[in-house]
Design a protein around this ligand. Structure first.
Ligand SMILES: Nc1ncnc2c1ncn2[C@@H]1O[C@H](COP(=O)(O)OP(=O)(O)O)[C@@H](O)[C@H]1O
Ligand SMILES: [Mg+2]
Length: 374
């Protein structure tokens, strides 16, 4: 399976539009030249030809000329509530295959409250929540302090700091004001889950594109299958689970206490990780199952990473915080890459596993696309 013409599509931080009034961390989810060079190098090492294109408004014309067989898409987009879905939408107009999740899943996962509504419908555990369009809306009776306030549609810990944990009405109102005005969007308020910070990645797909939902026995049935055999079925269906990674927040207990923007950017090379996280086997299997379940109900493809907190006040019950269908792929830095490295999967191999998952999903054969994107 070699010889494809691949285009890496990304939004480089250095090319981000510079407009006044944006928060200091506004572009923190965009990618570095080092990451893009590593992706291109990895894809070439996989035996393909590879070029890079910036995912901006010129992309449409460039792709029409260039016509890659498949794109390796990691575009986060710049503006708009569906910004991660913009490049995929354009690729679908051009009928060019691409790696990773598609338009609906990307737009959905970017919106944390919408994602939580879908998770809740499927009875998947996510913290109780309420959204706020302004600082003055009344807090629901069942939303008990301490609470956690974050932007509804950001990533990379943007707008997340120790101040996100609010213990009083006054703190809540102040933080709502900050998020709504600074990030110009709805604020998501959740029950604060005090406990360990775990993230789990996966690569691949369970089966064909048509099967979007887990089989019914996997949800709402009270018969969730956390057994080795149950997981083996998912693995046999083409899914590779990365080991759970724990972010060691202990050194930051007094300053951050959560996986903040500061820890994810300025201190990224200092934060300690435990991978595999020291967790009992049944809990690891439950986390694997939940990761796969979220992936399926959100309709993701090829790769994703799910963030959890384990409630220290409730026997380490896992709560789903969010799904990242475009997890960072920076060598040595990004969580998914660290998880893969821990089980002997190099950055190059990881990138080619994602590419291969997409190639198989589209049914492409060597050299030229024979089937059109579904
Ligand atoms: N409800 C919550 N309770 C406790 N901590 C939370 C909660 N929501 C978010 N956090 C903390 O904030 C971090 C970032 O939140 P997350 O929803 O994963 O957004 P991002 O897209 O920025 O990664 C989490 O990794 C966790 O440390
Ligand atoms: Mg997160």
């Amino acid at each position: 399976m070699t010889g494809f013409k691949v285009a890496v599509l990304a939004n480089l931080k250095k090319n981000a539009p510079k407009s006044a009034g944006l928060a200091e961390d506004h572009w923190d989810d965009l990618d570095s030249e080092t990451t893009v060079a590593a992706l291109v190098g990895a894809i070439e090492a996989g035996g393909h030809r590879c070029v890079f294109h910036e995912g901006n408004a010129d992309l449409y014309d460039r792709l029409r000329e260039d016509r890659p067989d498949i794109c390796f898409n990691i575009c986060e987009g710049h503006f708009g509530d569906g910004r991660e879905a913009q490049v995929p939408a354009l690729l679908e107009m051009l009928r060019i295959p691409y790696t990773g999740s598609k338009v609906l899943a990307l737009a959905l996962a970017l919106d944390k409250p919408m994602t939580k509504r879908v998770l809740t419908w499927h009875d998947l555990p996510t913290p109780a929540f309420q959204t706020f369009e302004n600082r003055d809306e009344a807090l629901d009776d069942d939303m008990l302090f301490p609470l956690f306030v974050k932007p509804s549609r950001e990533g990379t810990g943007m707008g997340v700091s120790a101040r996100s944990i609010v213990r009083t009405e006054a703190e809540l109102r102040e933080q709502l004001d900050y998020i709504v005005n600074r990030y110009n969007q709805t604020a998501l308020v959740e029950r604060f889950i005090s406990g360990r910070e775990i993230t789990l990645g996966l690569v691949g797909n369970i089966s064909g594109v048509a099967a979007r939902r887990l089989p019914s026995r996997f949800y709402n049935s009270g018969r969730r299958d956390y057994s080795e055999a149950g997981l083996a079925a998912l693995k046999a269906g083409g899914m590779t689970f990365m080991p759970p990674m724990e972010v060691d927040l202990a050194p930051y207990k007094e300053t951050d206490a959560v996986y903040s923007n500061r820890l994810k950017t300025d201190l990224a090379d200092q934060v300690g990780y435990m991978v595999p996280a020291p967790l009992p086997g049944p809990l690891v299997r439950e986390l694997n199952w939940l990761t796969a379940a979220v992936f399926r109900v959100i309709g993701c493809h090829d790769v994703a990473r799910v963030d959890f907190r384990l409630d220290e006040h409730d026997n380490f019950k896992p709560y789903i915080l969010e799904i990242n269908p475009l997890p960072g792929l920076a060598p040595e830095i990004s969580d998914l890459v660290i998880e893969a490295n821990a089980i002997g999967i190099s950055h190059t191999e990881l990138v080619n596993m994602i590419l291969e998952a997409a190639i198989m999903r589209y049914g492409l054969t060597t050299g030229r696309a024979i089937s059109l994107p579904r």
